[in-house]
Design a protein around this ligand. Structure first.
Ligand code: SF4
Length: 329
């Protein structure tokens, strides 16, 4: 099956699957030393590595096209650095910053339709409402199973399951595994997107006696859409998809109170003892939230500013994580 690449949680995989294509929502590898567009100026390290991965995948895989979204200036710039070709067209999809108005939702519906036309141009088949609704239900059920697993998984295990689901879709089986030790320090990981190698960050935390019980990054639970209202699927499934995806909280949304409401609810529900706030170099979108994260929840906050995936800054962050954990114990 032809594959479409994206890293953005606002590109619904069920919309792509309903067109008989596969969305591969991936976490890029750290490519700081790679040549090519990855060295392009004017983008954050994460956007740089997304570009590098898209560039590499387009020559080695069955990649039909690429979707980049306008969630921040760096990603807009990234889209400009990745010219579309006949063999790898690029769509820059607008995700409205304002989410609570009917106009914002209409823009998002229009962009989903534009994405649909792009998918058809790649060889996809436009779905009827019945097929779209069935596909939405299949993804809904898979996400429900994944969320059920969450309570029974360590942070590292759940992060791996989520990455598999994002890459492969609802065919992944979510077998639970041992949860973290009961006396582990309960942490929330909050911030922007993760690299593939950031699996090591969860493992470092566990080796130090902690456990990420809440992955509030834009690769984690924060951006998992809510369940669909099944009563809306029969006649207007696309509008229901836009409603649910349009409410995913994120730092770039305006107003972004939904992010803080979500965090307040989940931090309390999971008994979080401390927050690891992880931001990427030059990511103004998330760095701007540091003061509110520090002041908003009455929890200790460790700010990690990284310029790439965890292995590249292992020594620096391990010492700081260890000191943070000692304070929390
Ligand atoms: S890490 Fe921040 S600046 Fe970089 S692409 Fe993501 S949101 Fe944009």
């Amino acid at each position: 099956m032809k594959t479409v690449l994206s890293t953005c949680p606002y590109v619904p995989p069920e919309w792509v699957a309903a067109h008989d294509l596969r969305l591969r929502r991936f976490r890029p590898g750290d490519a700081r030393s790679a040549a090519g567009l990855a060295g392009g100026a004017g983008v954050c390290p994460y956007a740089r590595d997304v570009l590098r991965a898209m560039e590499a995948a387009s020559v080695t895989e069955d990649t039909a096209g690429v979707v980049i979204t306008t969630v921040c200036d760096q990603m807009r710039r990234a889209a400009g650095l990745l010219p579309g070709t006949d063999s790898r067209p690029v769509l820059l999809m607008n995700v409205p910053t304002t989410w609570q108005t009917p106009a914002g939702q209409q823009i998002y519906v229009s962009e989903l339709r534009r994405l649909g036309r792009f998918l058809v141009s790649l060889g996809g088949r436009a779905p009827d409402d019945r097929r779209l609704a069935d596909t939405m239900v299949a993804y809904d059920q898979a996400r429900f199973a994944l969320k059920e697993c969450r309570r029974r998984c360590s942070g590292s295990r759940f992060s791996r399951l989520l990455a598999e689901f994002d890459e492969q879709g609802p065919g992944v089986s979510f077998s639970p595994s041992a949860s973290g030790p009961a006396d582990a320090v309960k942490l929330a990981l909050v911030g922007g997107p993760l690299w593939a190698e950031d699996a090591e960050l969860f493992e470092i935390i566990e080796s130090l006696g902690g456990n990420v019980v809440l992955d509030a990054t834009t690769s984690g639970e924060l951006v998992m859409p809510d369940a669909y209202d099944r009563s809306h699927l029969a006649d207007r499934p696309l509008e229901e998809m836009a409603r649910v995806y349009g409410r995913i909280p994120d730092a770039f949304r305006r107003p972004n109170r939904a992010l803080f409401e979500w965090l307040g609810r989940e931090l309390a529900a999971r008994g979080v003892q401390g927050i690891v706030f992880r931001t990427c170099l030059w990511c103004d979108t998330w760095v701007a939230e540091l003061v509110r994260i520090r002041e908003g929840f009455g929890l200790p906050v460790l700010h990690l500013d990284v310029d790439g995936a965890t292995p590249g800054c292992r020594t620096r962050i391990s010492g700081r994580l260890q000191a943070f954990m000692e304070v929390l114990r």
